[in-house]
Design a protein around this ligand. Sequence first.
Ligand code: NI
Length: 205
Amino acid sequence: MQPTSCLVEVRSGTLKGCTGRYEKRLSDLVGIYADAKAFTARLRERTDLLVYAVEDLRPSTAAGDMIFGVTRMIPGQVGGEFFVTRGHIHAKANRPEIYYGESGAGLMLLESPEGETRIIEITPRTVCYVPPYWIHRSVNVGANDLVMTFAYPADSGQDYEIIAKSGGMRQRIVDDGRGSWKAVDNSDYRPRSASEVARIMASAD
Ligand code: NI
């Protein structure tokens, strides 16, 4: 691999020079939001809304290498709950990540395997550090696109199932009715067992 550069196109939320891209549409996000009826209604509103897109550069997946990219999330809600990414923990759980706010207003919703939670607000020029072993999910709480640049170790991998297995993340981010957001407890949340926590803490090298 040769030294290279990419250009973050903030307005379009894209990465000029990227080698990969993936998208998540509303139909890919079944089961994430509390209000299933509102979700179905939202799905029927128009043809499968593009909720977020990621463009990245993956030089390799070798240990010691790095993947970076840009994510763009559209603004919106399902039954008063702000649009979120699927969220994950890294498959090698001790791998960290950095997110850098480019435009918009967002949150990083974080949860440890034991169920501790943290919320980091992301505005332009905020650098958010996601430590090893933390489940992370982005939330667009603004009225415009949320665009963030990110970077993580190339051998991190992603475990998307961890959130579904516990009935979602412990907290949901909802409209507070006064133009802002608030975190509420997710009534479907099931804490992880000690053996499940131990399994996650062991998925590292
Ligand atoms: Ni990650």
